[in-house]
Design a protein around this ligand. Structure first.
Ligand code: PRX
Length: 654
């Protein structure tokens, strides 16, 4: 944050108490919520211990709630044993066996329904198939799948046998896949021949092959689910069709009883430096907050049809597709495609078709759909909806109001949920039956979560609307355990700034007069593009790896749909193109970044210069580059620049 002052300019005064209609059926009364906060306040550990006893079926009950002896490596419920798949599936069998667990809709509109009984069977069969492939407790498994029910089945099967999955988003490139395989030293990749998105085929198997050609010596086998049926290559001795892998497998698979602190999964996310880091989550603590937030924030009930539109490649798709809703016995919707195919009414058509009651998506999707006009939602019956949610980035008040009026018909509360890959579950979010919301604010920390805004010295900022660092002052159950294979980086990234006392979220925030939190953005060099985290360094290294490129600097530029777009300044090894423009080269470099990382990381704009603006000590002046990308006048002092004459080129004026 050193170079940017945190200043708050947003002022929003509209307030929305829970609607009478929502309150007719909501579960949490104001008294109950007051009790939750009060008991967490009285004794945070006791509070979580109580919740853990209520919400989780333990194989061996824990006797210690929190072991802080090796902080910041906090261990929740360390002597308890459980299995997450058991808690999601087996315990639904008694009452909910015939309830639909998953409503799947494919890109082309094909629909499947899977009951809890069927899901349990399919997970057990696939878990046995994994065992037959020599996978056991502690082994790492890469899942590189389309957004289909089998992705969730694969995840559940891993956790059933204690294998640690790492899901890689299907939009990531071969090179990103390879990095994750090598970092985890996974033994197996579970993929598909391809996935369908917007009428196009995503070549998952071909990309897997290309990743494996580049190294990945730890991989012993590849399981391939047939989704598209198009031609792909199968390597004998290594690749096996899903259908062959499960044939003859028993539907009985005793869950592996795991320590609460055993790793449940790894999920890679971008940071401000170096390669993406493998965020490691625990078994017990993670499950607990996945469940509590389903109850507190989503008010989940037996009759709900819950649709979180996130892909399982992101944390949102872990906690609110694969685990939280199933652990609370919900019916979920899984969708393979994109919101604009076959037209921009797809989300709303699906809400109507499947009777969705709770809908959770990203502000970027809302903004993109607003542009398509109100006829799309207005042509569908959205009357079953009772609660709406957003995640991933701050929601601008205009998008919030549209969501509220056009989708929620002014009676669905909106829960704006702040959290991160590292936090595992919602941290700051409304409790819809009690919180009076205000557009753009994620409101209050949940019970048992001690969020604060502090200054550089770690002192709490008590002035309303003054910005500072968002921190957590107490550990919480679903917290990151470490960065896979790099304990030091975990300590440095999250705990060093405040000497191990506070968890540093990496966001700036302010609190308003009521104490509500407003997230103001990242404090590090991390971009938020369409709700996805991307490190500027990662994109810069990808560009610099191109033989034509000498150096690159990447900054974010405000974008009305994506939130931020990617703006790259590139210095070529050869001559700078005339006037700094070369569309053909720009296309080549965009495609290159697509191959290095994935399509989501392609720069939107590239500007060529003979040099980058650097201080005399060689530091790139990113703040200046951000100003220039926005097309704003430079008002800051540029006299410390080593090469001031470069400015017109960077501005596209020379
Ligand atoms: O900057 C915050 C933003 O997304 C970051 C976390 O990104 P990721 O780990 O990819 O997880 C996204 C889904 C949980 C945060 O540091 N962010 C997330 N939710 C919100 C948000 N910013 C503002 N408001 C939110 N509701």
């Amino acid at each position: 944050m050193s170079e940017d002052n945190i200043q708050s300019t947003l002022h929003e005064t509209r307030h929305f108490p829970p609607s009478a209609e929502f309150l007719k059926t909501s579960l949490l009364s104001a008294d109950k919520v007051t009790d939750l906060y009060a008991s967490a306040e009285r004794d945070n550990e006791d509070f979580w211990a109580d919740q853990a006893r209520i919400e989780i079926d333990w194989h061996t009950p824990f006797t210690t709630t929190l072991d802080s002896s090796n902080a910041p490596f906090y261990h929740w419920f360390p002597d308890g044993k459980l299995n997450v798949s058991y808690n999601c599936l087996d315990r639904q069998l008694e009452k909910n066996a015939d309830k639909v667990a998953i409503i799947f809709e494919g890109d082309a509109g094909d629909v499947q329904q899977i009951t809890y009984r069927e899901l349990h069977t399919r997970v057990c069969v696939f878990a046995n198939a994994l065992k037959a492939q020599n996978i056991s407790k502690g082994d790492r498994v890469i899942i590189y799948m389309p957004m289909i029910a089998e992705a969730v089945i694969a995840m559940q099967a891993c956790v059933r046998i204690g294998a640690i999955h790492s899901v890689v988003f299907g939009g990531f490139s071969a090179s990103s896949l390879k990095d994750r395989i090598e970092d985890t030293q996974a033994k197996i990749v579970i993929t598909a021949d391809g996935g369908n998105r917007g009428g196009r085929v995503i070549e998952l198997k071909a990309t897997t092959d290309s990743a494996l050609e580049q190294g990945c010596d730890s991989i012993e086998s590849v399981i391939v689910f047939k989704r598209t049926g198009h031609d792909i290559a199968m390597q004998s001795g290594r690749d096996i069709w899903w259908s062959d892998a499960i044939s003859d497998q028993s539907s009985v698979c005793e869950p592996e009883w795991m320590n609460a602190t055993d790793p449940l999964f790894l999920l890679y996310t971008s940071g401000s430096t170096g390669k993406p880091k493998g965020i490691q989550h625990s078994t017990g603590g993670y499950l607990l907050n996945a469940i509590t937030t389903m109850r507190w924030v989503f008010d989940i009930q037996d009759s709900d049809v819950f649709w979180c539109t996130a892909d399982v490649g992101w944390i949102t798709g872990h906690t609110y597709v694969a685990y939280g809703p199933l652990a609370t016995g919900a019916t979920i919707v899984i969708f393979e495609g994109v919101p604009t195919y076959p037209d921009a009414g797809r989300f709303w058509a699906m809400c109507e078709r499947h009777g969705v009651t709770i809908f959770y998506t990203a502000p970027t999707a809302i903004r993109a759909l607003i542009k398509q006009g109100d006829d799309f939602p207005n042509n569908h019956d959205l009357s079953k909806l009772r609660l709406l949610g957003t995640v991933g980035e701050p929601i601008n008040p205009e998008a919030w109001m549209w969501y509220h009026k056009v989708i929620g018909k002014e009676h669905c509360p909106i829960v704006d949920t702040w959290w991160q890959t590292e936090t595992g579950a919602h941290m700051i979010a409304p409790i819809p039956s009690v919180t009076t919301t205000t557009p753009g604010s994620c409101t209050r920390a949940l019970p048992g979560i001690d969020a604060a805004v502090v200054n550089e010295q770690g002192e709490e900022i008590t002035h309303a609307n003054e910005g500072g660092y968002l921190v957590m002052r107490q550990p919480w159950p679903s917290m990151i355990q470490t960065i896979w294979g790099d304990d030091q980086r975990y300590q440095d990234t999250y705990w060093s700034m405040f000497d191990g006392k506070y968890y540093l979220a990496g966001d700036s925030a302010r609190r308003d007069e009521e104490g509500f939190f407003w997230i103001m953005g990242r404090i590090d060099d991390v971009l938020n593009v369409s709700g996805h985290r991307l490190g500027t360094m990662e994109i810069e290294s990808a560009l610099a790896a191109n033989p034509l490129v000498a150096e690159a600097a990447v900054v974010g530029k405000p974008h009305d749909i994506k939130g931020e777009s990617i703006f790259a300044y590139v210095v070529l090894k050869g001559d700078r193109p005339e006037n700094g423009i070369d569309d053909e080269l720009t296309q080549i470099l965009r495609a290159w970044v697509g191959e290095q990382i994935g399509a989501i990381a392609k720069p939107d704009e590239i500007r060529y210069a003979d040099n980058l603006p650097k201080t005399r000590s060689g530091k790139i002046m990113r703040r200046l580059l951000r100003t220039i990308a926005k097309g704003e006048e430079i008002t800051s002092d540029t006299s410390t620049l080593e090469n001031e004459s470069i400015l017109p080129q960077l501005q596209g004026k020379a």
